[in-house]
Design a protein around this ligand. Structure first.
Ligand SMILES: *Cc1c(COP(=O)(O)O)cnc(C)c1O
Length: 391
């Protein structure tokens, strides 16, 4: 089977992990802060806070921005469920903003329309689908005009740029979250990162990540009056100041992530080359190919195509199964989140986001990863063409 995505682990990665295993600290050592600092420097954000997954980071980001019952979070329906679930963990409501038919990202025009008509949500979560940046500066402008916070889900987009600005710089958002699941561009096994330029948000993210516990004497509330005359506290002293979780990344995972970080640009470049090969080979075939806007450099996490012509669920399935049957691990990104049974039970119905629904009924993700051999890629292309009836 040619998978749709696959990680690459080098000897340098293995050595980095083994070094941690032989060291004193498996967690809460130096690798996590080193991974955080290296990623923050690479994307140009002031602070980075590592988590054990992007899902945890999204949850913590929502809590750090005070999302709670009675609030709403708006996101794209064309995403992984975690982009929406983070609101539900906080007891908040979710709304889905339909996608743009060219980029398959949340439509900025549709977002504006909804903002005019509806009570303002607390947080909007744009998702850089497949690695293509959203119209982040326009979303940021809307956030200034209407008064909401912006949380970028950049799980697909490490290494991407918009007008030269790296995704993750948080120039046009409050917090950006990235994922290091093995299927993503680089991996730490499991892991995620929250990036921000706000010292206050970074501090809250760190508290939430580790039980709500602070060990910073300058932040102690000292309700028990334990501060000594010289201002110091007993060596055992710490304070739980809010309700947090154990969402920490281990040093083992951070060592792998940090080692992989060196290869982000190389990986993204290779992904773009392979995507270019798909696009030239599939010119003239009855498919909508990815459209990357001139101002964007996509991380090309996914190469998704859409069947064109009238919506036909049976044909979609047939093409999909013809490829799977030939040992090609095609996938669907995404069945619209609002039509998952969990969200239907909250009242969402088909027709709510027509473009995302059309996407879910016609999209096919083709295998794409840096180690994909061109001969395997050619087989994907030929099999797809014949499944579509092109010679
Ligand atoms: C993978 C993914 C997540 C979740 O990432 P984890 O690190 O697996 O928790 C969230 N959002 C999107 C868009 C993703 O693709």
């Amino acid at each position: 089977m040619i998978p749709y995505g696959r990680q690459e682990v080098t000897q340098a990665d293995i050595d980095a992990v083994v070094t941690v295993l032989k060291s004193e600290y498996l967690t809460q050592g130096q690798m996590v802060p080193r991974f955080e600092d290296a990623l923050a420097a690479r994307v140009g954000a002031r602070y980075a806070v590592a988590f054990n997954s992007a899902t945890s980071a999204l949850h913590a980001a929502c809590l750090a921005m005070d999302l709670g019952p009675g609030d709403e979070l708006w996101t794209s329906p064309n995403t992984f469920v975690a982009s929406a679930n983070c609101a539900r963990y906080c007891g908040a409501g979710v709304e889905f903003v339909d996608i743009d038919r060219d980029t398959w990202n949340m439509s900025t025009a549709r977002l504006r329309e909804l903002l005019v008509r509806r009570p303002t949500p607390k947080i909007v979560v744009p998702v850089h689908f497949a690695g293509q940046p959203t119209e982040q500066e326009r979303i940021w402008e809307l956030s200034r005009e209407f008064g909401f916070r912006v949380l970028e889900d950049a799980s697909h987009a490490i290494g991407a740029r918009r007008n030269g600005e790296p995704v993750g710089s948080c120039r046009w958002s409050d917090i950006t979250v990235m994922s290091f699941h093995p299927v993503k561009i680089i991996t730490s096994g499991e892991g995620g990162m929250a990036l921000t330029n706000s010292a206050q948000l970074a501090e809250r993210l760190r508290l939430i990540r580790s039980h709500g516990i602070s060990r910073d004497p300058s932040k102690f509330q000292d309700c028990g009056g334990l501060r000594g005359e010289d201002g110091s506290f007993p060596a055992w002293y710490y304070e739980q100041q809010t309700l947090g979780f154990n969402y920490r990344m281990t040093d083992i995972h951070a060592a792998l992530g940090l080692s992989q970080l060196d290869r982000v640009d190389q990986y993204v470049e290779r992904r773009n080359e392979l995507a270019g090969r798909y696009s030239s080979a599939l010119q003239g075939v009855a498919l909508q190919l990815p459209r990357v806007r001139a101002e964007n450099y996509s991380a090309m996490h996914l190469y998704a195509v859409r069947l064109i012509g009238p919506r036909d669920v049976r044909r979609h399935r047939q093409v999909f199964e013809a490829l799977r049957g030939a040992g090609i691990g095609v996938n669907l990104h995404y069945a619209p989140v609002h039509l998952q049974p969990y969200y239907r039970a909250l009242g969402f119905m088909s027709g709510h986001c027509p473009e995302a629904e059309a996407h879910g009924a016609s999209a096919i993700t083709l295998p794409l990863y840096p180690g994909l051999h061109e001969s395997d890629q050619d087989r994907v292309i030929d099999t797809l063409k014949s499944a579509l009836g092109h010679g």
